[in-house]
Write a protein that binds this ligand. Structure first.
Ligand code: SF4
Length: 339
């Protein structure tokens, strides 16, 4: 997709220099997000990929301004359909969450009240955002219809069930149904298929694809599974040590990754590493309390030069909508994998 094409598309979300820190005792600061930037257009799905603890979920919560003590959004801006979300008062932001922006959280049963049935769980976003208090029958009918849309069997019976009476996959479907209850413009799905067996994960992935097409959803998909991201995303952002270090369309990312960390991630993945090339990335993830100077990846990077330990590279466009944060992009050998 070219920039010219993009300018014709509606810009839904723009994240600028987003920084979120967590504070501990003795002035310890975890810099979980250290300046995140990306744009997302109508109907696009952005897959966010990176190792555990890199800040993917914190990014989702920061966009929705759901960071709580001891975390704090330290800076940056998030524009949703042109509105700076961080300038909204709490009431206006509350009105937006669950109506214009849906969120599916990581833990399959997390966020579900064990004492409330699925009618409550699924219908709550509608009830909260309805202009007038809706009748119970109206909510029930909407919930049953919504549960049918996410292909839950016997939606009427399901609407009377509680979380513990359903499987992990069914609970996940209910959460997706609830997140889509108000037909949001943007859906943020944080690890929607982790902890599910492969058959159920496949069903949820098919469901997300179907929902995306049916509702023309714009989506942020957070995952650590390379296959899930490849299948569901239009473009992919790779996160490392609080930053996006590479972003491009999905084909470019998987066939021609240019950042040494992205290449290392693929070479370290048994599912996509080329035959005979499987190898771990040396070293460990850096501590968010004290990132290395310069490029945060330099202590683990086989291509590092002196400059890498001093100056931090910024995301630069190296090809059509392919951005990489690396001083030596031109010198990095081509990735040998064939996804
Ligand atoms: S900037 Fe230097 S250390 Fe960082 S990824 Fe590029 S070559 Fe490696």
């Amino acid at each position: 997709m070219t920039d010219e094409t993009k300018t014709e598309k509606e810009l839904i979300l723009e994240v600028k220099d987003l920084r979120t820190y967590f504070y501990g005792e003795d002035d310890i600061v975890w810099k979980i997000l250290e300046g995140i930037n990306f744009k997302l257009y109508k109907g696009e799905t952005l897959g966010i990929l990176g190792p555990s603890g890199v800040g993917k979920s914190v990014l989702a919560l920061s966009i929705l301004k759901l960071i709580r003590y001891p975390g704090k959004i330290e800076g940056g801006e998030v524009y949703f359909k042109g509105t700076n979300l961080f300038k909204l008062d709490e009431e206006s932001f509350d009105d937006l969450r669950g109506r214009e922006i849906g969120l599916v959280m990581q833990n399959t049963r997390g966020g579900m009240d064990p004492l409330r049935d699925m009618t409550h769980t699924t219908g709550q976003p509608y009830k909260v955002h309805a202009e007038d208090e809706p009748e119970k029958d109206e909510i029930k009918a909407l919930v049953v219809s919504q549960l049918g849309k996410v292909s839950l069997p016997e939606p009427y019976k399901t609407s009377d069930k509680f979380a513990h009476q359903m499987s992990g996959g069914e609970n996940q479907r209910v959460k997706i149904a609830a997140a889509l209850m108000n037909n949001p413009t943007l859906l943020i799905a944080d690890e929607p298929v982790s902890n599910l067996d492969s058959t159920v994960a496949r069903m949820i992935m098919n469901l997300l694809t179907e929902m995306k097409e049916k509702f023309n959803l714009t989506m942020i998909l957070i995952a650590h599974n390379l296959g899930v991201i490849a299948e569901l995303s239009d473009k992919v952002a790779i996160m490392y040590a609080g930053k996006i270090i590479e972003i491009s369309d999905v084909e470019t990312m998987y066939y021609n990754p240019r950042h040494p960390f992205t290449q290392g991630l693929f070479y370290a993945s048994p599912s996509i590493a080329p035959r005979g090339k499987l190898k771990p990335i040396p070293g460990e993830e850096p501590d968010a309390r004290k990132y290395p100077t310069g490029c945060h990846f330099h202590p683990r990077c086989e291509y590092a030069i002196e400059k890498c330990s001093i100056d931090q590279p910024k995301l630069e466009e190296i090809d059509n909508n392919h951005f990489v944060a690396c001083w030596r992009t031109k010198d990095i050998p081509k990735y040998e994998g064939d996804f």
